[in-house]
Design a protein around this ligand. Sequence first.
Ligand SMILES: Nc1ncnc2c1ncn2[C@@H]1O[C@H](COP(=O)(O)OP(=O)(O)OP(=O)(O)O)[C@@H](O)[C@H]1O
Length: 251
Amino acid sequence: MVSSTALAVNIQDLEFNYESDLGVHISGLNLQIAKGSRFGLFGPNGAGKTTLMSLMTGLLTATNGQITLLDNPVLKNNNSINKVFGFIPQDFSFYQELSPAENLAFFGAWAGLGKSEAKHRADELLNILGLEEVRHQQVGKFSGGMKRRVNLAIGVIHKPQIVFLDEPTVGVDVQTRHAIIDYLLKINEAGTTLVYTSHQLNEAEDLCNDVAMIDDGKIIAHGTMQGLLDEYKQADLESLFLNLTGKRYRD
Ligand SMILES: Nc1ncnc2c1ncn2[C@@H]1O[C@H](COP(=O)(O)OP(=O)(O)OP(=O)(O)O)[C@@H](O)[C@H]1O
């Protein structure tokens, strides 16, 4: 059992239901994610990955139970928690009519950075993510890969200690996929905890060292990548996924 001070995320007895009866039902869910890990949450369509991410980042509110991020409770009006984590959502979260520089200035200020700090950080990220030459062009006209890199830069502008990533490489080419994964590995090496979900299981094998499977709103397995592969006698994450979740369509 990991001590609570070593936890980036601690979810205890979580309950959540969408108002409509069609949505996923979460009941008595417990999950601990250690500080510094590269955690991956996997499951079929509709299993509850985005719902759980939204609960962890305060976009949805649990009906019961508790979620803490580095010991800070995730509560509706606890804005101080916004400094602790960054969220890279599946849907683009920037202003299409603005440039990357303008978007980063805006979201930097929103995350509490001063003007010069935000500018410095924007310069650094635009450089690392290969966007310096288009820094003043309208994001709406960018390719899918460039938009994904802008989305990532916005989510990490304030150097959060935990980064949540909901399918951060969907629809990108190999170059952008590598740039994004390399960057994530680099910030993890410097101490950032990654909480990631994706259907790209090959990519996940390179990125994640801690893995949980979710199905019908329940965590059905959680352990180290190698520990789970050994336990279920599977050669790779895709075989493990099929072994644990079966071949039935969920939608
Ligand atoms: N706002 C909502 N209201 C009602 N039901 C919802 C809502 N959002 C999601 N759901 C339902 O809850 C279930 C879980 O959805 P969720 O998006 O969390 O799954 P997921 O594992 O992220 O799926 P995917 O892999 O398709 O992204 C699905 O049945 C979905 O239709």
